[in-house]
Design a protein around this ligand. Structure first.
Ligand code: NAI
Length: 353
């Protein structure tokens, strides 16, 4: 089953879909699927979480330059018939420091592009990361905030990141610096940001994500940031490009095809992830079972009693389920499948030729 982000797959749907092997979410998240029910029924769920990494990095860098020049503000002025030609407060980004908070997939891409513009790159992450290019990991968020002309956030939504940039953190940023958030709306306290812009402490901001976002284009957008000078607001489009959509299409289709054809589950968000070699001269039994002690020894006992030669075997567990893959001789594979299916720990068993 292939779905997009607005199609909900509830427990009822999964229970009714007796032959459903896998759900491919052709989008970034998997919130629309009841993952717990999918796991219980041995349905693998795939998505494409990193297919839009580059798109976000490009918009971030574009906004760094636009903020430094107040260019969006000047464009809005011109649209309104106001010609405001001036170099006041306009700076080059070369030789300026960009501080990247969260150095996962997007962070390093931003760093590389920034470096190509001649910027100094520092980053902060809760995990020790290998810096790309000349980037330097700093010891704390506070240190990064103190030394950066531009702070750009690329962290996930989590209890640790909720409200991580508030009044105190903004106060540490140099006067005239800029804040960009293209990560998640809960990371920045927008009231504190509004205050910092109005008071002139920050020279501008670019915000792509909001704590409350309209569910469709027909709903109005309301934010404390509307109408502020040199604040670029975009409607959560950081990752929205044709290339990203295309990558999503390819990535999720490939995951589904590999899972169905070989049993490989790399990138699966709920079942154990296993990368399997191609099947050669044997049949493959794929068994998803309840992860309780003794399953493997019971299965191996059954197979040994049948006199079956196991050519290779893999087992991984996650979220209370085990995923066991056995390549066995062709003549007995159907009998093996039948025996395993009859076990009370069985969730789903299939055979690949
Ligand atoms: P990622 O998971 O690859 O990297 C996140 C990094 O943040 C990790 O290295 C992690 O260790 C670090 N981190 C976690 N908690 C931290 C903390 N408290 N302080 C410092 N570092 C912390 O994520 P990715 O793919 O780079 O995405 C980053 C963010 O961008 C996510 O929130 C994602 O939802 C968002 N995003 C937004 C898009 C948009 O359209 N605006 C599109 C794609 C992603």
């Amino acid at each position: 089953l292939g779905i997009r982000s607005k199609t909900e797959i509830s427990a009822r749907v999964i229970e009714a879909a007796q032959r459903l092997l896998a759900v491919g979410c052709f989008c970034i998240g998997t919130d629309q699927v009841d993952l717990e029910a999918a796991t219980r029924h041995g349905v693998a769920v795939f998505n494409a979480p990193f297919s839009n990494t580059r798109s976000v990095a490009e918009l971030t860098i574009a906004e760094v330059v636009m903020l430094a020049r107040g260019a969006v503000q000047r464009s809005m002025d011109l649209h309104a018939g106001r010609w405001k030609k001036s170099s006041d407060g306009c700076i080059e980004v070369r030789q300026k420091t960009i501080g990247i908070v969260g150095y996962g997939h997007i962070g390093p891409q931003v760093g590389l592009l920034a470096e190509a513009l001649g910027m100094r790159v520092v980053f902060h992450d809760i995990v020790k990361k290998l810096p790309l290019g000349n980037a330097r990991q700093v010891g704390s968020l506070d240190e990064l905030l103190r030394i950066s002309h531009f702070v750009t956030l690329h962290v996930p939504e989590s209890p640790l990141t909720r409200g991580m940039i508030g009044r105190e953190q903004i106060a540490l940023m140099p006067v005239g610096s800029f804040l960009l958030n293209l990560s998640r709306g809960t990371v920045v306290d927008l009231v504190a940001l509004r205050h910092a812009i109005v008071s002139g402490h920050l020279a501008g901001a670019a915000i792509d994500v909001f704590p409350q976002e309209p569910k469709s284009s027909s709903e109005p957008f309301v934010s404390e940031l509307c109408g502020l000078q040199n604040v670029i607001l975009t409607p959560h489009i950081g990752g929205s490009t044709e290339e990203a959509q295309r990558n999503i299409g390819i990535e999720v289709s490939e995951s589904l095809i590999r899972y169905v054809d070989t049993g490989s589950s790399s990138g699966c968000v709920n079942l154990p992830e296993v990368e399997l070699p191609l099947l050669r001269d044997s049949h493959r039994v794929l068994n998803i079972h309840k992860d309780v002690p003794g399953v493997l020894s019971r299965i191996n006992g059954l197979v040994a009693a049948m006199g079956v030669n196991i050519q290779s075997q893999y087992l991984k567990t996650r979220n209370g389920v085990g995923y066991l893959i056995m390549d066995v001789e062709r003549s007995l594979s159907r009998a093996v499948k039948k025996q395993i299916e009859a076990l009370d720990t069985n969730i789903r068993t299939r055979l690949l030729f």
